[in-house]
Design a protein around this ligand. Structure first.
Ligand SMILES: C[S@@+](CC[C@H](N)C(=O)[O-])C[C@H]1O[C@@H](n2cnc3c(N)ncnc32)[C@H](O)[C@@H]1O
Length: 269
């Protein structure tokens, strides 16, 4: 078990799909179209959201390996995707970077993963990708921004505390949280990759009420763990935020960044 609940992943999937930067998906697709028998490795696949969002946008010839360390999520991915000739599943702990199945992989994909990872992990993964001339598409990296059109007095403190919690260890050492894209950028450029980034925020209105409620109630534990606000202040803020979801012009934005990095050798091809 990784602690990522499949109900939460299902709830966020439509918002993630709507948020993905189309230019990054187009770049991924056009790159894969230049590769003979392209293989994609999706790391931290969860229940297969990246595959469901991208498979139809990429060339039919793409073969996928979906990798996660959580057997419950992988089983759910297998159930939802079903038996397909071009999709396989692989249980593996990403902290074993040398053991990643990168043979013949043209590009590694990941969604909502790198903010959980550490700088050490990103440095080592960048080096391994460079050694294999393998690209990286990393979507939906939280960038530290949360805004509401209808402000409340505690918003800034909630954001600061949440971002502080984002930097705590999620299994890879101190997490990058909002710094994930900058860190990947730094290490991938140092290895000669060609990079593009684009913004991919969630824009949640009342039509995404269930996601907003799950998101807001999910903030409670991190905020309590940081401890700068009392549980009563946190609960009050969450309940006021929930009551504002249906108000006119109410919109919550949560910032993310998508990144694609292609190895120099692939760009010359
Ligand atoms: C936020 S979820 C994103 C899941 C999926 N990519 C999506 O967009 O719905 C992060 C995923 O990373 C996986 N994960 C976290 N740490 C991992 C590790 N050390 N090795 C492999 N997978 C890991 C979790 O099991 C989870 O599926």
């Amino acid at each position: 078990m990784s602690g990522f609940d499949s109900t939460w992943l299902a709830l966020r999937e439509p918002a993630d799909r709507a948020a993905r930067a189309p230019a990054m998906v187009a770049r991924l697709s056009s790159h894969l179209a230049t590769v003979n028998t392209p293989r994609v490795l999706d790391i931290g696949c969860g229940t297969g959201s990246t595959w469901r969002s991208l498979a139809n946008a990429l060339p039919d010839s793409v073969c996928w390996t979906l990798l996660d360390h959580d057997s419950t999520l992988l089983d759910e991915a297998k159930k939802r995707i079903g038996e397909r000739e071009n999709v396989q599943f692989y249980q593996h702990d990403l902290t074993d970077i040398d053991g990643l199945p990168l043979k013949d992989v043209a590009i590694v994909t990941a969604s909502a993963l790198f903010d959980l990872c550490s700088e050490t992990f990103c440095a080592a993964l960048s080096a391994r990708l460079a050694a294999q001339s393998c690209g990286l598409y990393a979507a939906l990296n939280y960038n530290g921004v949360m805004t509401w059109t209808l402000p409340l007095p505690l918003d800034a403190q909630v954001l600061a505390n949440f971002n502080q919690h984002q930097r705590t260890d999620k299994g890879f050492g101190a997490a990058l949280g909002p710094d994930a894209t900058d860190c990947l950028h730094h290490h991938l450029v140092a290895h000669g990759f060609e990079l593009s980034c684009a913004s991919s925020p969630w824009r949640m209105d009342a039509g995404m009420k269930d996601l907003q409620i799950a998101f807001l109630t999910g903030l409670r534990l991190p905020l309590v763990e940081i401890g700068n606000l009392s549980p009563a202040q946190i609960d009050q803020w969450i309940s006021e935020r929930i009551s504002l979801i249906d108000a006119p012009d109410s919109l919550c934005e949560v910032g993310h960044t998508d990144l694609i990095a292609l190895p120099a050798i692939a760009l010359q091809a």
